[in-house]
Design a protein around this ligand. Sequence first.
Ligand SMILES: *Cc1c(COP(=O)(O)O)cnc(C)c1O
Length: 378
Amino acid sequence: MWNETSENETDMATTMARTEFGTFFLPGPTEVRREILEEMLRPMIGHRVPEMEELIGRIQPNLKYLFGTERPVYISASSATGLMEAAVRNCARGRVLSLVNGAFSDRFHRITQATGLSADALVVPWGEIHEPDMVADALKKADYDAVAVVHSETSTGALNPIREIAAAVHGAGDAAVLVDGVSSVGGAALHADDWQLDFALTGAQKALALPPGLAFGVAQAPMLERAGQKADRGTYFDFHEFEKNIEKNQTPNTPAVSLLYAAAAQLQAIREETKEARWARHMTMAERTWTWVAAMRERGVNLEVLAPEGHRSPTVTTIRLPAGWTGPRLAAAAQAKGFAVATGYGKLKDETFRIGHMGDHTLDRLETLLETLEDVFA
Ligand SMILES: *Cc1c(COP(=O)(O)O)cnc(C)c1O
């Protein structure tokens, strides 16, 4: 047993030696800068003390800025899936239409089914997006109370046109638009208020480059009325509890204190970079990745970006592999050269691999990764 411990300690030492930033390109969790990790060494504070209200008070305006909202932003000590469930439990009173084009949108659909609501899925092939007209047509077929949609489908690298989809939904009736922005918020343009997103959520560990364990969400005021009409909306993710507490810069239950320290520092850094500059940096890295794929093809390595041009996410690219390769084999080969990339996700695990060019990554380090992958394929 003691031997085991020392082996683990060696592993830990190896991981901690990974000091140079820019080797860990998973599309979540993403690489966290050392300064941000070190914020978590601060001492504990109680959750009903002025210091905590001050901490949340510093985080709150930067979260509002990030989401583009005047509404308070809820802070949940959960992974993002928690707020996906919260979206359905609080905002949907009747039949839900889920727009499914990959693994995470499929999860949104399954969550809806699991809450006991009637749920339909509007499924398009993985990698594709939902055209707003297609959504408007689907809404004519039944009386829908909510539409669940993923902005950036992290399994496929497709970016759904959320603004246009939200406009189509609002034009068709009064269904609420519930948006999973987990790999978009902070990495791709999203304006919760201007785009009339009734609920939008994200997780800490994707484009925000924070450690996992926090989720953030913003609900438009009518969602609170909806929540009030639901007797079975539960406790942990109750919007009324979030709302009542965040007004006082508090959280309903014990907050993830250490993660909040990290969030305060990182959200301030994001504010200083500006969200527009951050979106542009992500787009530059994405475009570089797509050009690289095209160049590799010209050199006879048959790679292909899964999502169609014009509908690709700036934060993650899913790449189809040539014959003879699998996602796990590619990820292992990259790891042997010191870089983490992801296998495909779900049913795309073997045929694809994924590069998460999001968070605090830079074009410079992405170039180094791409050079390394060239060696891997050589
Ligand atoms: C990662 C991810 C999720 C799930 O987030 P967890 O924090 O693991 O619960 C949901 N949706 C999308 C689009 C994601 O990328």
